[in-house]
Design a protein around this ligand. Sequence first.
Ligand code: SF4
Length: 537
Amino acid sequence: MKELVLLGDEAIGQGALDAGLSGVYAYPGTPSTEICEYIQRSKEAGERNVHAQWSANEKTAMEAGLGMSYAGKRALVCMKHVGLNVAADAFINAGMTGVNGGLVVVVADDPSMHSSQNEQDSRFYGKFAMVPVLEPATQQEAYQMTPYGFALSEKFRLPVMLRITTRLAHSRSAVKRSEVRKENDVRLPADLKQFILLPALARKRYKLLLSTQEKLEMESLDSGLNRLEQEEDTSLGIIACGLSYNYYQEVAADAGLKHPLLKISQYPVPAGLLNDFVKQVDRVVVLEEGAPLMEESLTGILENDYRIGGRLNGLLPRDGELDPLLVKKALGLPVEAVRAVPEIVKNRPPALCKGCSHIDMYNALNEALEPYSPGRVFSDIGCYTLGALPPYNAINSCVDMGASVTMAKGASDAGLRPAVAVIGDSTFTHSGMTGLLDAVVEQTPLTVIISDNSTTGMTGGQKSHATNRLLDICRGIGVEEEHMRVMNPLRKHHEESRMMLSEELAYEGVSVIISQRECIQTAGRRLRKEKSKKAST
Ligand code: SF4
């Protein structure tokens, strides 16, 4: 089989296709977006008719993946770490129901928050749901662990989490492909009650899940993914989880280190394996990307055992990505000074593109809000969150997807009038709609601005479920027709926009203003495509 040069994300997409994938379900989120995009672009996936559409949010993606698994086929579900919070209800319950066809849930964590509102370690969710977690160290492993994940999922009838981090997701390497496996046929679960979590049935499923844990540990021992690399210098032992194995290899090769190394890529990790390893060395350094999950399970909650060091005792920083320099420092090796950034490299804070429709919307909103005291605009997550920065200084919150509408509602309930929510079209259908329903049911005075650019702009322009549907959706939710207005955010319409906003801010009820103009990036791409299509005909 030929080699491909792939991003970690793409390696997972290819691995899933080669494993007989029948459908991928995902909501875009950095650093996971490219997995679904790779499958969407894949010729093989198209020929096989593999389902590869974006979902409305991570929870619907998880539930649809579970449904495909129920029907016996292999499904991949992808999201970033904060997306797993949205999908958590379905994810934890999928551990309880178990699966039929293989179900692999890829979660891409973002340590150092390159493009996220928090750092969180999804391995905890895997542990919480009591399902196997795989953590590749390289792109090749990401490729290979995907078919293994499906096989593991079908063997134990459980969803399997594949956890990666930003650096692995977004760096490229050569990947050797394996044989392509045929897709599963449709076949329903042997026990048709398996997926019914009524309390009496759920209690049985939970006991089954508990009784499977020992077998999962044995599998972690036998799979070869957790392996001991024996070396003679036992003054120190290294436990390296996932990508940090790579960082250690780089440092050890440079410094000529010969310490025993326990590579962890599969959880739950058998306690015996860890015990045996720790006993044979004088001291242990735990390298793991994210939170100190492994270190904590070794040291427990009692006094610090300084034979074991890592993120908990300050040997490594408690937050942020790991890198070879941090690993060197933790191992007591000399660390060369990092070269200063040359003058020519200018600091470029993120900014809305010149000509972005959000700019005109914020300019109009800021003026409309002039008669009121500041601090009443609740924003959501998307390009428009950059409205927090100068010169706009237009928003006062950014918490999680969909939170703008519900936070504005809460503030309005508290007596803050007017209260304004700013939300994007894609985020509105992700999880803003239900908050609007709450406001409509209670007739809570608030103004919701849906800044509709007909795409998911922040992650590169994926299709938005809201395109051409916003008015119908708001109408269906029950927003009054005369307080559902469409604004054209262009400089030449500024006065009109400001007036429309002022009128709705003064309204003591629910109003929705759809500020509608296509993202200039996707518009540019679309026009270039249309032009080249015309030229070729
Ligand atoms: S990508 Fe689109 S939505 Fe985002 S800032 Fe640029 S123009 Fe605006």
